[in-house]
Design a protein around this ligand. Structure first.
Ligand code: HEM
Length: 411
């Protein structure tokens, strides 16, 4: 039996597909892995096995309180922010989770799709106004990383100035540097004020809808939920936009779309969900009792890391025999949504959130191509670097050049 695979250090950013291939050859669909500080876990990379895990929450449960390895975790463990149990829907199970997930889904669904598209366009135009008079920009930091959080803040009912401040703090939190705890504190303080304001004077926004929901949130729980929703949206959607722009700027198949063929914007976005999904892995699920999975004996309390990107590349999906989910290779990516990039099952990305993410991503790319039609990558394609994270896939920067233009004066 091969040694466990270290899920930290170098290797993931350059060619995760090759790493997943090696893991599959050496270990099969369920891989023994070591997280930072050599804390053990299982990485589920088989499509069928991952689908089973996500569909069986009674056995593969969500709450980190079930974990049997807490005694091995150092106080300064870098994965604590993703594994520590929090009072939000991410850690909740059963009826408590259904109560929260219904409220979140209903509150997000309550937004008018036409208005969302209009506001996303306005925010995208405003970001482009910030750099269109120059002839160069970094589309990651100046555009893709800002738009999702700005839209969520608008949906929460915050004004643009507060939205900008929260968006900057959100990026600081995700950079996980020394400033991140203070930035998290400022976000929570702003949302605490917001909840108090909306209790006193409700408006047509997500926060007011959640306050009014029969889920009956306390103020503290609601603040934690608002942070979780914004956290779910911010980096995943930003990397989705960034990775799609990278694909369109580097791959000849999408060259026509840069001069206006809109159909391929959606194709690029779907292709990214298969090939360079923002959600590479997620921690995870915890075995409720001893159980067999993919030929392994998983013990009660073991952590299972969800290998979404690896499962999307499972050769079984391409096999075309009986099992193949939807003939991915034969049909191209097209409208094939069998990938697991939004996860699946009761803890999967809420349907209202997926729709919202798609509105943001499509609008972000289309508005950019309309405004800067001669956009070009400023460096050779092979010099675009991936961030060194096994969890989230995104580029470190996306430097582009274009012909300067006049701002539209969007406020
Ligand atoms: C507006 C944008 C988004 C919002 C508001 C959002 C929100 C959320 C929330 C609240 C959850 C927790 C669901 C639960 O535990 O019940 C979640 C889960 C998830 N989201 Fe999203 N999300 C967004 C975009 C995305 C994007 C673009 C991706 C990736 C392509 C993504 C991937 C995921 C995954 C993989 C999970 C599930 C993790 C698991 O199964 O444990 N999300 N999202």
């Amino acid at each position: 039996m091969s040694d466990p695979v270290r899920l930290y250090g170098s290797g993931f950013h350059d060619d995760p597909a090759a790493l997943y291939r090696t893991m599959r050859d050496e270990h099969g669909p369920v891989v023994p892995v070591l997280l930072e500080a050599d804390v053990p876990a299982w990485l589920v990379i088989g499509y069928r096995e991952l689908h089973h895990v996500l569909s069986t929450p009674d056995v593969f449960a969500r709450s980190p309180r079930r974990w049997n390895a807490w005694d091995r975790v150092p106080d300064d463990w870098p994965l604590l922010p993703v594994l520590a149990p929090l009072p939000n829907l991410l850690s909740a199970e059963g009826a408590e989770h259904r109560r929260r997930a219904t409220a979140v889904n209903d509150a997000l669904h309550g937004a008018d799709p036409y208005e969302l598209r209009t506001v996303t366009t306005r925010l995208a135009d405003r970001l482009i106004d910030g750099f269109c008079t120059d002839s160069a920009a970094d589309l990651r930091t100046q555009y893709a990383q800002r738009l999702p959080s700005l839209l969520l803040c608008w949906m929460y009912g915050l004004d643009d100035e507060k939205g900008e401040a929260i968006t900057t703090d959100m990026s600081t939190v995700f950079d996980a540097g020394p400033e991140s705890v203070a930035a998290h504190g400022r976000i929570a303080a702003e949302f605490t004020r917001l909840v108090a304001d909306r209790r006193a004077a409700p408006g047509p926004d997500v926060v007011s809808r959640m306050i009014a929901h029969p889920a009956d949130y306390t103020d503290g729980d609601l603040v934690a939920e608002l942070v979780a929703i914004l956290g779910g949206a911010h980096q995943t959607t930003a990397e989705w936009i960034g990775n799609a722009l990278r694909l369109m700027l580097t791959d000849d198949r999408f060259a026509a779309s840069l001069s206006g063929a809109r159909s391929s914007v959606r194709e690029a976005l779907v292709e990214v969900l298969w090939e360079d999904s923002p959600s590479q892995m997620n921690a995870g699920r915890f075995a409720a009792h001893d159980v067999e999975l993919g030929g392994r004996v998983v013990r009660k309390g073991d952590l299972l890391v969800l290998g979404f990107a690896a499962a999307n590349r499972d050769p079984w999906l391409r096999a075309g025999e009986g099992g193949a989910v939807a003939g991915r290779a034969a049909s191209g990516h097209g409208a094939n949504h069998a990938h697991l990039s939004f996860s699946h099952g009761e803890h999967g990305c809420p349907y209202a959130a997926r729709g919202l993410a798609e509105t943001m991503a499509v609008t972000a790319v289309e508005v950019l191509l309309d405004r800067l039609p001669d956009l070009e990558l400023a460096i050779p394609a092979e010099e675009v670097r991936w961030r060194p994270s096994p969890w989230i896939r995104g580029v470190t920067a996306l430097p582009v050049t274009f012909t300067p233009s006049t701002p539209q004066g969007v406020i």
